[in-house]
Design a protein around this ligand. Structure first.
Ligand code: FAD
Length: 472
């Protein structure tokens, strides 16, 4: 006997942005009633907005109008689009309906897109929209809640989450150091060693990749840092600079030698290629994910504009051909330390009635936020219906994102500091495959095209594995 939706208690979704709208849609499509709480509104007391949103529309895109590449074969975000379409994503469907010409990218008419999402949510018989701020922890009687309040979560709710999660487990801005695909690092120049060969808890005394600089290289690098154009903060976006996470160009402005005594200090490290030569400065990279495919530049958070970052960082010996999985940045953002706080179905371990989605979980970007909304919605609905639903396999883009935020990212360095920072989807989050040498017809693939061929194989594997998961 099937249960009628009217007898099923509702799931509450807080936040009607990219993630919350998708979560509400997925829950309702599973036959479970939803109450969607969104604080932005236009009523007699005047408009309520965040610092970045300009309308009261659901799923408002606050900046660019692009969902980035739509190429599922060779681009990880394109693959994520394809997976979400397979799962009946509202966000992808509305984006496809309102796309504007953008070459290989999926860009949309933002007003038409937001109006479409708002219309379809409002018209769904199982969704009720309530225009109110949830100003604190949700009432105890809300037993199944998706929190999707985004990078600009209202202070009252953010404070309550901070209190519940514990000191240091909620960040109010991100300080992002660039992340590099390990296979693009030149290990004929760089070498593996921990400072003073100190063993970590895992017994590894060669935990870091080290890139050495002589004096001339260091001076040229400092000049490039000081001269490079920096991204501006908006008034509301100003973030406090803590000494632990100063942007490198701000450190360089404090004195040309500052970096050499900070994140680029050359002590306790010996270049195995010539132990008699002392490096003038050393850039260190630390493993960022459990797969070992991604490495972050330690202490290299920066406000340099994205366009120049790759150019400046490729001046570092060993990184001339570096491929960046993520460039650095510093933004106002609200996100939790998900690897510590969330389980595999995005529930808060200390308060399992609360599930998180969107940018709050430490994913980055419109598509990734909607993707975690899609999964959180499905997990929440399955729980309400008394079913179990495992996360998709880590070989899929959706599964890789969940894996990353719930444990794939490695915590801190030897200092033990939490180092979780927001991340876009990229192939480095998926288990690697050998680059193929021949194509499906047995024809040899030229060396320079093997990287692309590998991405295609990983995408094909992802879609096949997602089909298997859906069938299960
Ligand atoms: C200034 C800025 C520019 C950005 N530019 C880009 C970009 O160009 N491309 C990109 O991919 N990503 C960009 N991002 C990141 C972007 O915010 C996210 O990718 C995406 O919007 C996050 O989706 P979300 O659903 O998690 O949050 P949001 O889309 O922000 O949705 C959260 C919703 O929760 C509501 N809310 C907050 N607190 C409460 C509360 N207590 N009660 C009820 N409702 C509440 C908010 O009003 C909002 O509608 C940008 C972020 C910012 C802040």
């Amino acid at each position: 006997m099937s249960t009628s939706p009217s007898s099923i208690p509702p799931i509450h979704v807080i936040g009607g942005g990219l993630a919350g709208s998708e979560a509400a849609w997925q829950i309702a499509q599973a036959g479970v009633p939803v109450v969607l709480h969104e604080m932005r509104r236009d009523d007699t007391s005047g408009p309520v907005r965040t610092d970045a949103h300009q309308t009261d529309g659901l799923a408002e895109m606050v900046c660019s109008n692009s969902f980035r590449s739509d190429d599922w074969q060779f681009n990880a975000v394109g693959l994520l689009h394809a997976e979400m379409r397979k799962l009946g994503s509202l966000i992808m469907s509305a984006a496809d309906q309102h796309q504007v010409p953008a070459g290989g990218a999926l860009a949309v008419d933002r007003d038409g897109f937001s109006a479409e999402v708002t219309r379809r949510i409002a018209a769904h018989p199982l969704i009720t929209i309530v225009r109110e701020e949830v100003a604190g922890l949700p009432p105890a009687e809300w037993d199944n809640v998706v929190v999707a309040t985004g990078p600009l979560t209202s202070p009252a709710l953010a404070d309550a989450i901070l209190e519940l999660s514990g000191e240091g487990q909620l960040s109010f801005f991100d300080a992002i150091a660039p992340i590099i695909h390990v296979e693009s690092i030149d290990m004929d120049i760089a070498w593996r060693q921990s400072r003073y060969d100190k063993e970590g808890p895992g017994g590894d005394a060669a935990a870091y990749i080290n890139c050495p600089m002589d004096k001339a290289q260091y001076e040229a690098f400092i000049d490039a840092l000081l001269e490079g154009p920096k991204a501006e903060f908006k008034d509301w976006e100003h973030v406090p600079y803590f000494d632990g996470c100063l942007p490198i160009e701000v450190m360089a402005e404090r004195g040309r030698e500052t970096l050499r005594h900070g994140p680029m200090k050359p002590v306790g490290l010996t270049n195995p290629r010539d132990p008699t030569v002392k490096s003038y400065a050393i850039v260190q990279l630390r493993q960022d994910n459990a797969l070992g495919t991604l490495w972050n530049m330690v202490g290299f958070q920066t406000k340099l504009k994205h366009g120049v970052q790759a150019e400046v960082f490729r001046m570092i010996p060993g990184l001339a051909n570096a491929q960046f999985a993520r460039l650095g940045g510093l933004h106002r953002n609200t996100f939790i330390n998900s690897p510590r706080l969330l389980d595999r179905s995005l529930r808060m371990k200390v308060a399992p009635r609360l599930r998180f989605a969107g940018q709050m979980t430490g994913v980055e970007g419109y598509v990734e936020s909607a993707a975690t909304g899609l999964l959180a919605g499905r997990f929440a609905a399955a729980e309400r219906l008394g079913r179990t639903l495992d996360a998709p396999p880590p070989t899929t883009a959706l599964g890789a994102l969940v894996d990353h935020v719930t444990g794939g990212h490695l915590e801190g360095g030897p200092e033990g500091k939490a180092s979780f920072q927001p991340m876009n989807i990229n192939y480095g989050l998926l288990p690697p495959l050998e680059a193929p040498k021949v194509d499906e017809h047995g024809v040899k693939i030229p060396l320079k095209e093997r990287g692309r061929a590998k991405k295609r194989l990983m995408s094909l594997r992802a879609l096949a594995d997602l089909d298997g998961w859906m069938a299960g």
